[in-house]
Ligand binder design. Structure first.
Ligand SMILES: [Cu+2]
Length: 476
């Protein structure tokens, strides 16, 4: 390997591990017929079009595209594993691990038949590798540490290069399991040589992820088995950017899941067909109508439908706990007002145990509902205790509320102003109250409204809805 080593060019980064290491080297892919890049200079220009001139049409809301340069017919990309600050929601920030300044990593979009090269410089303080999920690449490009390649140590550069002979929705990710849970994934879209039929007018890419975050701690707990933040492309609802479609257009949603749970992704007001999986295009004979597609871990689903009905249609995971923010289950009464009757808090509920083990006599009951003499007390306080500004208002007396088993349950919170962007133009006042967790919108707009939103996107005009949310009529 020595003869193919090159000196590593240090690049400054706030979180770069490179500075910690002296004498770091480029690791060659040792791939037959493999051509090492001539320079390590950053890309000079961003290509918006592929070599064949076809437009790059996949839109991944809230995630940038990965630019490339051409080198003797090879598309050259740079993908640097590094720490990335992510804003899940205004006011809720997290330090995740991603690629080249983005988590999920920037979207790769190429064409079937392309020769591609990825120059990967590890800016993390621990070793990593890159796996090209679903792509049929030579073994030494596969990214399986110790099996197909050496680890890319901190500060080292590894070069992957291969020719793509498939098309469909794929993704790249670290092949270190805990790094996956820190966010190290990105979309890898390959357009077919022969266009698929029917043609789609709008093509969106969405990555589903989940996070365990304790209050006031911006570092995800990658060991946790329960998750309280659910994201689409790194955003939790209502901060997910709506997808804008003109009425009558055909839409494709490419959905990828890399986490600990499977997500039944449901669309309102429409039926779709599954036209592709993580293995590529599915034959038309296999298409049948759904409105919910289970996107399992490590799977991709391409969902297509004709957007004939105007409206702001929800597209979301239908697991109830995945439709919330800051969700913590199994903790018993705690919720908004802090510690509940069981004296257990969010930390314990998310697996941070200070004494004994999680199944010990002392702790186990606290992770679920009360037992024995505490059953009654817990039932009457539900999983939320104390006053909350976000509880739905009613005129019941405190004593009467206690008589409703299970009360209270749902909260509402309006964030219209905080998340306003051009894509939210024209949504009704209060719309953000029903958008949480793994939820987004497909906005199917009549032509005039569509043009107006597109103009606002071009000009960067953000305007929250005016007026107050529609109130339920009072009954006396
Ligand atoms: Cu889910």
């Amino acid at each position: 390997m020595d003869k193919s080593r090159r000196s590593f060019i240090r690049r400054s980064s706030v979180f770069s591990a490179a500075g910690l290491l002296a004498g770091s080297k480029v690791v060659n892919a040792q791939h037959e017929g493999h051509v090492m890049p001539k320079t390590e200079a950053p890309p000079k220009k961003t290509n918006r079009q592929s070599a064949s001139g076809s437009p790059r049409i996949v839109h991944s809301p809230d995630v940038p595209k990965l630019p490339w340069t051409m080198d003797n017919g090879v598309k050259v990309f740079r993908l640097d594993p590094e720490v990335v600050k992510v804003q899940l929601l205004p006011g809720k920030e997290m330090f995740a691990w991603g690629y080249s300044g983005s988590m999920p990593g920037p979207t790769v979009e190429v064409n079937e038949g392309d020769r591609v090269r990825f120059i990967v410089t590890n800016k993390l303080p621990e070793a990593t590798t890159m796996h090209w999920h679903g792509l049929e690449v030579p073994l030494n490009m596969d990214g399986a540490p110790f099996i197909s390649q050496p680890l890319i140590e901190p500060g080292q550069t590894f070069v992957y290069e291969y020719t793509i002979h498939q098309n469909g929705t794929f993704f790249y990710h670290s092949h270190m399991a805990m790094q996956e849970m820190m966010g190290m994934i990105g979309l890898f879209i390959v357009h077919p040589k022969q266009p698929h039929s029917p043609h789609v007018d709008k093509d969106f890419g969405l990555i589903l992820q989940e996070w365990a975050l304790l209050p006031n701690n911006p570092i995800p707990n990658s060991l946790a088995m329960e998750f309280n933040w659910l994201t689409i492309n790194g955003k939790a609802g209502p901060a997910t950017t709506p997808m804008i479609v003109k009425q009558g257009e055909r839409v494709r949603l490419r959905v990828v899941n890399l986490g600990m749970d499977h997500h039944p992704m449901h669309i309102h007001g429409n039926q779709f067909v599954v036209t592709g999986t993580e293995g590529g295009r599915a034959p038309e004979s296999t298409w049948f109508p759904h409105n919910t597609a289970l996107v399992g871990v490590a799977q991709a689903r391409d969902l297509e439908f004709d957007a004939v009905y105007p409206g702001d249609w929800m597209f979301h995971c239908h697991l109830p706990h995945h439709m919330m923010n800051q969700m913590v289950s199994m903790v018993g009464p705690m919720g908004h007002a802090g510690m509940g009757a069981r004296q257990k808090g969010m930390e314990e509920g998310m697996g941070v145990v200070r004494q004994g083990h999680a199944l010990s006599e002392d702790l186990a009951p606290g992770f679920g509902r009360g037992m024995g003499d505490t059953t009654e007390r817990d039932r009457n306080t539900s999983n939320l205790v104390g006053p909350s500004p976000h509880l739905q208002q009613n005129n019941l007396k405190e004593t009467d509320k206690k008589r409703v088993p299970g009360y209270p349950q749902d909260m509402v919170m309006i964030m219209d102003k905080e998340v306003a962007k051009p894509e939210t133009y024209g949504l009704p006042s209060g719309w953000t109250a029903s958008m949480m967790g793994m939820m987004t919108l497909v906005r199917v707009l009549p032509p005039d409204r569509y043009e107006e939103v597109q103009r606002r996107i071009r000009e960067g005009i953000s305007e929250p809805p005016a007026g107050t949310p529609v109130q339920s009529p009072h009954k006396h």
